[in-house]
Design a protein around this ligand. Structure first.
Ligand SMILES: [Zn+2]
Length: 269
């Protein structure tokens, strides 16, 4: 690998941590209905505006030992985690797609999914302000992603939103309670817009698998009732990123799967 490759891998990681720092603001402010651009970040404890040199991703948290520089109030380790995770994911997908035209689209999707994941973990909601505009943005991006045609993107929106809507309504009909939020429906429609219709079932499959691996032990420990106690958004997001990372390795399987569905569809007519 040439030197420039490693240089840009490092740059992408640092860019990811800077974006991650901004995502922390989004995660905190979007559910509260606050502006994500102003005012400048403040310590929630002593309300002192945070200087740029106390706001360097990862480094500041480590150097200040997770404390506010003015009042010594604790800064949750979550802030560090989100910055490091975003940096890691940015580097991982640069490693995967390098200078391909798809990389900016992928990084945009990664940033959106990080925000969605942590807001869903905190509040059990998926913010409409991200998932709804994400649908047309994903559709527009399909013109730059060689393996997702605009037709596939459009079908992905319908299939992604539609399939979860049916599951959600079916669950409600059978159990008379709400198991899956409609936020998940809009999230999967957004993922369908970005990744195309062939991604929908792999994402649901990987997401459900991860969800049951984590959710079932959690339910046993907490002795929760049969209502879904664990938000599904983080697992759908993880499913989408895993799918995206392996998408080209999945290519032969996906082509077989697409042609099989196509034949099934044609046999109806
Ligand atoms: Zn403070």
């Amino acid at each position: 690998m040439p030197f420039e490759y490693y240089f840009f891998l490092g740059v992408t990681f640092i860019l990811g941590t800077v974006i991650g720092s901004f995502l922390n603001v989004c995660i905190y402010r979007i559910p509260a209905g606050l502006s994500i651009v102003s005012p400048r970040s403040r310590c929630p404890h002593c309300e002192t505006p945070i200087h740029w040199y106390h706001n360097i991703p990862i480094l500041s948290w480590v150097l200040l030992k997770g404390k506010c520089a003015y009042c010594n109030a604790e800064v949750p380790v979550r802030y560090l985690l989100v910055e490091a995770l975003t940096g890691f994911l940015f580097a991982l997908f640069f490693f995967r797609f390098a200078f391909h035209s798809v990389t900016p689209v992928v990084l945009l999707l990664v940033a959106a999914l990080v925000v969605i994941t942590f807001i869903d973990l905190d509040h059990q909601i998926i913010p409409d302000v991200i998932s709804l505009p994400g649908i047309p943005v994903g559709f527009l991006c399909s013109f730059f992603v060689p393996w997702v045609s605009w037709q596939s993107s459009l079908l992905g929106i319908v299939l992604g939103g539609g399939s979860l809507l049916i599951i959600a309504l079916g669950y409600e009909f059978l159990t008379k309670k709400e198991g899956m939020g409609f936020g998940d429906v809009k999230l999967l429609a957004m993922l369908g817009a970005f990744l195309g219709w062939t991604a929908i079932f792999p994402i649901i499959f990987i997401g459900s698998l991860l969800g049951s691996l984590v959710g079932v032990p959690l339910m046993l420990i907490k002795k929760a009732d049969s209502k879904l106690a664990v938000p599904f958004g983080p697992f759908l997001s993880a499913g989408a990123l895993i799918y995206l990372f392996f998408v080209q390795h999945l290519d032969p399987i996906m082509r077989w799967y697409a042609s099989m569905l196509q034949q099934l569809w044609l046999s109806f007519w």
